[in-house]
Design a protein around this ligand. Sequence first.
Ligand code: FES
Length: 131
Amino acid sequence: MPLKYSKKVLEHFTRPHNQGSMKKADATVTVGNPKCGDLMRFYLKVGINTKGQEIIKDLKFETLGCGAAIATSSMATELAKGKTLDEAMKISKDQIAKELGGLPKVKMHCSMLADEGLRRAIEEYRKAKNK
Ligand code: FES
C-alpha cells in the first residue's frame, strides 16, 4: 500500500524551497543516510544581525534521495534561514517533521538526515572560523 504523505510534504517535495548550489558558501557539507544510501548537501552563508549575532543568511541544499528527504531538506532550510546559529542548532528532526504535518513512521529517519546536515554545516563553519 502506498505511504500517506501530508499536503505539506507533497508541496515541499514538488516545489522545494532553497534547492540548488551556492557559490562562495561559508560551509559546505554532505551527509549520508546509512539506512538507504541517500545523500544531502547543504551550503551555508553566515551573516550578522543588528545585534551583532551570527545568523543564517542563506542556506541551500541538493538532495539525492527520496521524496521525504527532499521535503525535509526544504523545510530545514525554511526553518533555519534568518535564525542565529545557536537557534538553528536547536532545530530538531521532530520539529522538521511536525512542521511538515508529520511523516510516515518508516520515513522519520529521512528527517534525521536534514537535521544532521544543518547541524554539521554550522559546526563546519565554526570549526573553519576558529582555525
Ligand atoms: S529513504 Fe533515504 S532519506 Fe528517505
